[in-house]
Design a protein around this ligand. Structure first.
Ligand code: ZN
Length: 153
């Protein structure tokens, strides 16, 4: 399982699941701050007992500055395969107050499926608000949770 948090700020592009989601705010981070792809990377690394995203792609390393997180997912999948695993399926939940992300889910599934090499049907992406409670409800931040199943190749 993986979880990731990012602050939201005005003037940042909002990348979610590899898709640019038009919004007044975007996630802040060293990379493109794609909270969903980061949670999926962490879940994949965790399931293979390979540590976490910070170990493999440190935010102190200049080569990851503003990097497209699709590249981080690609490299993570390569690490998983090196360890002798295949990805079976993924379930995930995005927690954010706004905007509505339902119109973008199919596109996110398509992008993630093509990187991992599994079908879109094996990538579940759900979204919830926090009913205006807490930092997510105040639109100060965004959270993503992901769970993955790996299988020995
Ligand atoms: Zn992150």
């Amino acid at each position: 399982m993986g979880v990731d948090y990012h602050q939201l700020a005005e003037g940042r592009a909002f990348m979610l699941g590899g898709v640019h989601v038009p919004h007044t705010k975007g996630a802040v981070g060293h990379s493109d701050a794609d909270v969903l792809l980061h949670a999926i990377c962490d879940a994949l690394l965790g399931a293979a007992c390979l540590g976490d995203i910070g170990v493999h792609f440190p935010d102190t390393d200049a080569q990851y500055k503003n990097i497209d997180s699709k590249k981080l997912l690609q490299q993570t999948v390569a690490l998983i395969k090196q360890e002798g695993y295949n990805v079976v399926n993924i379930d995930s939940t995005l927690c954010l107050q706004a905007p509505k992300i339902k119109p973008y889910i199919t596109q996110m599934q398509r992008i993630i499926a093509s990187i991992i090499g599994i079908t879109e049907k094996d990538i579940s992406i759900k979204a919830t608000t926090t009913e205006r409670m807490g930092f997510v409800g105040r639109e100060e931040g965004v959270v993503a949770y992901a769970t993955v199943l790996l299988q020995s190749a």
